[in-house]
Design a protein around this ligand. Structure first.
Ligand code: NDP
Ligand SMILES: CC(C)CCC[C@@H](C)[C@H]1CC[C@H]2C3=C(CC[C@]12C)[C@@]1(C)CCC(=O)C[C@@H]1CC3
Length: 345
C-alpha cells in the first residue's frame, strides 16, 4: 500500500493566475509565504519562485501534473464576459470546472476556492443589500452569468467531508484596481469616443465596486478558514468593499481623476435598455456574416442603471472579513495606476 504524504497547506495552484484578479492573488500569496503554481492558458508575467504551467483547464491530464503536490486550488479562470460566446462559456466555465473538480479529487487536493460572481443572482432588477440566500437568477441576463451560476452549483455540490474535499465560492462584485483590463479601459475608451455624456436613469442607483486587494483578501481568508468543521463548507460568500456608491459617482470620479468630463445629461433607463436589446438582436442575427461587439449591451445598461449592492455580513461573521483598502483610497490608487489613459496621455 502506498501512503501519500499530505502536501503542506501552503502549497497551492492558481488557475487563471495570469489574469487580472489571478495575478494580484498570486502576488499576495507569495508575500504570505505560499508556494504557488500558476495554471493558465497564457503566461503574461514572471514572479520569482512561481512556476507557470500553460494549458487549458479542460485538459485533465495537464491539470493533474500541476496538482501533484498541491493541497489548495484557487479557480479564477473564465473567458472574458465581453466575448459573449455561449459555447466557450459552457465548455470552460461548466464542463471545464467539472474537469477541475475531477482532477482535484484524483490528485487528492483538499480545498477548492472558486471565484464566482455576485451577478449569479442578478436579473437586471434592483438588488439592495442582497444576501447569499437570494435565489439564483431564473432568467440570467447573459451567457456569462448563466454559466457562472452552473459553475458555482457544480463546485458547491462537490464539497464532501467524507471525500476530504472541501469547496467554497467567493462572489465578488465590480472588481477594479491596477491592471484591470475592463472597467477603466472600457470607460476611457467610451469617453474618448464622446459617448460618456449621458447618465442612464436618475443617477442615484447604488452599486458595489470592490478593490482587487479586498477580493484577494477574501479568497485567502476563505482558504484559511475552510476546514471540515467550519461553516464555510459548500457555501457562497459575497466579498465587496462594503461601501456601496452611486454607479455614476464612481464613474465620474474615475473619469475626472483621469482628466475627462463627468457625464451630465440624463436618458430614461427603459429607452436605453430597449436600444441595447435591439442592438444585441441585430448583432446576433448578423453574427454569421460579421462579428460586431456593441459597447451598449443589455447587461452593461442594466449594471449602469439599477441598484446592485450586496451584504458581506456572512463573510464578516464566518471568516472575519473586513475590507483592507477603503473605497476612496482604492479609487485614488487605481486612477494613479493608469497614467497612459489620462486625457492627452
Ligand atoms: N472582473 C470582475 O469584475 C469580476 C470577475 N469575476 C470573476 O473573477 C474571475 C477572474 O476575473 P478577471 O481576473 O477579471 O478575468 P481575466 O480575464 O483577467 O482572467 C481570467 C484568466 O483565465 C484565463 N483563462 C480563460 N480560459 C481559460 C482556460 N480554458 N484555461 C486556462 N485559463 C483560462 C484567461 O486567459 P485569456 O485572457 O487568454 O482568456 C485569463 O488569464 C473570473 O472567474 C470572473 O468570472 C467575478 C465578479 C466580478
Ligand atoms: C459589476 C459592475 C459593477 C462592474 C462591471 C464592469 C463593466 C461591466 C463596466 C466597466 C465600464 C462600464 C461602462 C458601462 C457599463 C458597465 C461597464 C462596462 C457603460 C457602457 C454604461 C453605459 C454608458 O453610458 C457607457 C458606460 C461605459 C462604461
Amino acid at each position: 500500500m502506498t501512503t501519500r504524504i499530505r502536501p503542506s497547506s501552503k502549497r497551492c495552484a492558481v488557475i487563471g493566475g495570469s489574469g487580472f484578479l489571478g495575478r494580484h492573488l498570486v502576488e499576495r500569496l507569495v508575500e504570505k509565504g505560499y508556494s504557488v503554481a500558476v495554471f493558465d492558458i497564457a503566461q503574461r508575467y514572471e514572479v520569482p519562485g512561481v512556476v507557470f504551467h500553460q494549458g487549458d483547464l479542460c485538459d485533465k491530464q495537464a491539470l493533474l501534473k500541476v496538482f501533484k503536490d498541491v493541497s489548495l486550488v484557487f479557480h479564477c479562470a473564465s473567458p472574458s464576459p465581453a466575448c459573449d460566446d455561449r459555447n466557450l462559456f459552457w465548455k470552460v466555465n461548466v464542463e471545464g470546472t467539472r474537469t477541475v473538480i475531477q482532477a482535484c479529487q484524483e490528485a487528492r487536493v483538499q480545498k477548492l476556492v472558486l471565484t464566482s460572481s455576485a451577478s449569479v443572482v442578478f436579473e437586471g432588477i434592483d438588488i439592495k443589500n442582497g444576501k447569499e440566500d437570494l435565489p439564483y437568477a431564473k432568467r440570467p441576463i447573459d451567457y456569462y452569468t448563466e454559466t457562472k451560476i452552473q459553475q458555482e452549483k457544480v463546485v458547491l455540490e462537490a464539497c464532501s467531508k467524507e471525500k476530504d474535499f472541501l469547496t467554497v465560492a467567493i462572489r465578488p462584485h465590480g472588481i477594479f484596481g491596477p491592471r484591470d483590463p475592463q472597467l477603466v479601459p472600457i470607460l476611457v475608451d467610451t469617453a474618448r469616443k464622446g459617448k460618456m455624456k449621458f447618465i442612464i436613469g436618475d443617477g442615484t442607483n447604488l452599486v458595489d465596486f470592490t478593490y482587487v486587494e479586498n477580493v484577494v483578501h477574501g479568497h485567502i481568508l476563505a482558504a484559511e478558514h475552510l476546514k471540515p468543521d467550519s461553516p464555510l463548507c459548500g457555501k457562497a460568500y459575497h466579498i465587496t468593499n462594503d461601501e456601496p456608491i452611486r454607479f455614476w459617482d464612481f464613474m465620474s470620479q474615475v473619469l475626472v481623476g483621469l482628466g475627462y468630463e463627468a457625464p451630465r445629461y440624463h436618458l430614461p433607463y427603459t429607452l436605453v435598455y430597449g436600444i441595447a436589446m435591439l442592438l444585441w438582436l441585430i448583432t446576433f442575427l448578423l453574427r454569421p456574416l460579421v462579428n460586431i461587439k456593441p459597447t451598449f449591451t443589455p447587461m452593461r445598461v442594466a449594471l449602469a442603471g439599477t441598484h446592485h449592492y450586496y451584504s458581506c455580513s456572512r463573510a464578516k461573521q464566518d471568516m472575519g472579513y473586513q475590507p483592507v483598502v477603503r473605497l476612496q483610497e482604492a479609487i485614488a490608487r487605481t486612477v494613479a495606476s493608469y497614467p497612459h489613459l489620462k486625457r492627452g496621455g
